[in-house]
Design a protein around this ligand. Structure first.
Ligand code: 9PG
Length: 523
């Protein structure tokens, strides 16, 4: 279906089509790519062919694997082109399993299923995006956007090296800092798939939740309920519950924790019962803030028990998880495909992980990978999803206050803190034992702040009395030279070898343990 520019020039259009082409008024100068899930890149970029993101083994976990080899500018559900005069043409889907490309002199929409519903508009950037958000709100529903609870999360200071004692010490050291939730992240479970406390938590999970609640705060827990590692008992005992392709092979959900990951087929009735029981179990332990992660696994391409389209199946799974955990739980989605989760969760991570470094050159330049942990990646993608803010609470990940064990400059840390204020989602992982008195006071002030926020440009804001400019974070890394491309090809290949990744995992684990030992000594 061809839509001449004159049809959208004056007023926005809502229509149904399988593969619409909305003609552009002029050649585009910039394209807005919208990545599939929390960690996938969202950014305005130039129109050069997209370099293939490496290592290939990570693609199912970082981007929509269906479009991993697509070189044209493209993105999930929506796309937008900016022209020399500054105006923007946006084509955005109002139904799932849809994709937009810059092609054939316009924006080309594509639906994986039958006809899809679309929204197209032309005009000022803020206006077309906010009209699209309003359409999405009508289709998928909205949730409250009142301030999110203030969260301390264990991930970015302990990583998987958490245990009962070190967490207890940390909780005590947090004192009266005004956090509403203390959230235990990855590292408490037997295995990914086996959601029982491991030997580092001898008093079990209910005791841990009780310990948190006794400080007057809500207890939060991380789980990745839709994946399992190859080593998990779940994968061994229930191979029939896992998603397979047309040829009967297990669908890859990527690689992490030194292992291959597999996706549960959550359209299977037995899996659904298991998921609901898991949510009830976690609530029974006493946790009522749930960070459910690696959720993309619920929407990977594959042959499902129900034969439903993949994103619709995932949306039903989220509804089931939400129902089982109860309406009074706070539900944060992470690693989640964006559109299918709207209306079903209280908050959504909208960018990749922050890190105590600004940018990893290996990942950014050599591997053309903007999804790996790094503060610049996190700011870039989160900021490009700011337009989602009327729909639900958006989580740009944690801010840092510590200077020990952290190589971010004061300005870079400040940008992350300001990002949190703009998004109205305040969280940190800093170990209070490592904070100086002054850093502690800065953290306290941050948790209590309620500055007025005004957007003054695409990447600039007024935060209270201060002008904040995020431009340094949003530019794309420089394209690789031919020598760097060669290095990247080699690294990409090495980085897809399970054995090498297992060795790297060992090294990471050792670094996490050392870090924890230093913390114990400094306390
Ligand atoms: C726990 C972490 C934290 C974090 C989540 C998620 O390989 N990857 O690209 C990759 C991306 C993110 C990620 C892990 C791996 O982190 O975002 O907050 O909960 O899991 O394991």
């Amino acid at each position: 279906m061809l839509i001449p520019f004159s049809e959208v020039e004056k007023r926005p259009l809502v229509f149904a089509a399988k593969a619409p082409l909305v003609k552009a008024p002029a050649p585009a100068v910039e394209y807005y790519r919208h990545g599939w899930q929390s960690w996938s890149l969202a950014a305005w970029t130039d129109l050069k062919p997209t370099p293939l993101q490496k290592p290939a083994i990570y693609r199912p976990l970082q981007i929509d694997p269906q479009y991993a080899r697509e070189r044209r500018p493209h993105g999930s559900w929506l796309g937008a082109a900016r022209f020399a005069d500054g105006n923007v043409l946006l084509l955005g889907a109002l139904t799932l399993e849809t994709h937009v490309f810059l092609a054939n002199g316009g924006l080309r929409g594509k639906s994986e299923t039958e006809k899809a519903d679309w929204f197209a508009a032309y005009g000022k950037e803020e206006e077309v995006f906010s009209m699209y958000a309003a359409q999405l709100a009508r289709r998928f529903g909205t949730v409250k956007t009142n301030p999110a609870p203030r969260v301390w999360c264990s991930w970015y200071s302990f990583y998987t090296a958490i245990d009962e004692d070190s967490l207890s010490q940390t909780f005590a050291a947090l004192g009266d800092l005004p956090f509403d939730v203390l959230q235990i992240d990855d590292g408490w479970q037997q295995d990914v798939g086996d959601w029982r406390a491991n030997e580092k938590f001898p008093s079990d999970m209910a005791a841990l939740a009780e310990k948190i609640k006794s400080t007057g705060r809500r207890a939060g827990l991380w789980l990745a309920p839709l994946i399992a590692t190859e080593s998990s008992a779940l994968f061994h005992e229930r191979p029939g519950w896992f998603l397979r392709d047309e040829r009967g092979y297990f669908v890859s959900a990527g690689f992490n924790w030194g292992q291959r990951l597999f996706a549960l087929d959550s359209s299977h009735p037995a899996v659904q019962d298991w998921l609901a029981a898991l949510m009830r179990q976690v609530r029974a332990w006493g946790f009522d803030y749930l960070k459910l992660d690696f959720l993309y696994a619920g929407a990977l391409p594959g042959k499902r028990y129900s034969e439903q389209p993949r994103e619709s199946a995932y949306r039903e799974t989220l509804a089931l998880l939400r129902k089982a955990m109860g309406a009074d739980a706070f539900f944060l989605t992470c690693g989640t495909p964006i559109l299918p989760a709207l209306g079903l969760c209280d908050a959504m991570r909208v960018g990749p992980d922050v890190a105590d470094v600004w940018e990893n050159r290996r990942d950014a330049v050599l591997l053309s990978n903007p999804c790996t942990p790094g503060t610049r990646n996190a700011i870039r993608t989160s900021l490009h999803r700011y337009w989602l803010r009327p729909l639900l609470r958006i989580d740009p990940d944690v801010a840092y206050f510590e200077s020990q064990e952290n190589s971010l400059t004061a300005e870079q840390k400040r940008l992350l803190q300001d990002l949190a204020l703009i998004f109205n989602f305040r969280a940190t992982s800093d170990a209070p034992q490592r904070l100086s008195q002054q850093e502690k006071e800065e953290l306290r002030a941050f948790l209590q702040a309620a500055p007025e926020i005004a957007q003054t440009g695409r990447y600039s804001f007024r935060v209270g009395e201060r002008a904040v400019d995020f431009s340094s974070a949003v530019q794309a890394p420089p394209p690789p030279s031919s020598w760097e491309r060669l290095q990247g090809a080699l690294l990409g290949w090495l980085g897809s070898q399970p054995l090498i990744l297992k060795i790297m995992k060992r090294m990471d684990d050792r670094a996490f343990a050392d870090r924890k030992a230093r913390l114990a000594r400094s306390a």
